[in-house]
Design a protein around this ligand. Sequence first.
Ligand SMILES: NC(=O)c1ccc[n+]([C@@H]2O[C@H](COP(=O)([O-])OP(=O)(O)OC[C@H]3O[C@@H](n4cnc5c(N)ncnc54)[C@H](OP(=O)(O)O)[C@@H]3O)[C@@H](O)[C@H]2O)c1
Length: 273
Amino acid sequence: MIVITGATGNVGRSLVGLLAAEGLPVTAVARRITEADVPAGVRAVAADLGDPAGLRPALAGADALFLLVAGEDPQGVVEAAREAGVRRIVLLSSQGVGTRPGAYPHAARFEEAVRGSGLVWTVLRSGGMASNAFAWAEPVRAHRTAEAPFGDVGLPFVDPDDVAAVAAAVLREDGHDGATYVLTGPVATTPRERAAAIGAALGEPVRFAEQTREAARAQMARVMPPPVVEGTLAILGEPTPEERRVSPDVERVLGRPAHPFTAWATRNAAAFR
Ligand SMILES: NC(=O)c1ccc[n+]([C@@H]2O[C@H](COP(=O)([O-])OP(=O)(O)OC[C@H]3O[C@@H](n4cnc5c(N)ncnc54)[C@H](OP(=O)(O)O)[C@@H]3O)[C@@H](O)[C@H]2O)c1
């Protein structure tokens, strides 16, 4: 049994679909989830990663766990997994843990717990995801405008479907034990270019509006803790050479190149229509 946490999210939904399509036994976990959220044959269990004891029903019979950074007790989650008989953990972390020491303390603690677990582990450090552009869905639908800071700074955003495909490979095949992969897209794109790609997918131009750092900070502070806001602003505005670089890891694991942002925009055009 493979247990997928974050199963209703951009990555998790895709990952559950990939594994279920292969006929593998899957349990899908999120705080709010029912059988209606998952493909036929997948077990859906509502549980909170912030409550490791409450994960026991979700973890029953599991041999592999796809873990998100959520909740405040990574050691407790790892312990619950070990007690349930989990042999392998694949953690979805952030590239910033490696490039911005101290800026992502929460994710760093999860990495530490997974690496020290004594179980077979792989860490996936994702760069910024293409699906962050869903933040533009409402303003693009309403007035064909996309607003972001640092409009001309390029980063190789990764398609969450590629993150899911790498996770699926790492969960079902050997050879990735003790590996830390950095997941990026195949080419750097700027926010201005990503807005234009959404316009092209819609067949109608989308206007890009440059946001100030302060406005972006205020917006991010509604959904992220302060150190993560500052780390993320620094990555978006003043990326290091490593953060700008296209990582070979998606292609290395999948044997095919990562999808460009344009492919994500085309697949998700309906959200912006
Ligand atoms: N977006 C980026 O640029 C980026 C970059 C690097 C790393 N990441 C990491 O990638 C992860 C997955 O991204 P995503 O886009 O797939 O996320 P998402 O679409 O926001 O989905 C998050 C999923 O996790 C579940 N969840 C959240 N808190 C939970 C908890 N305490 N216990 C159990 N389930 C919980 C949510 O469902 P419920 O709300 O119903 O629980 C949902 O299924 C992020 O959480 C982040 O740590 C993201």
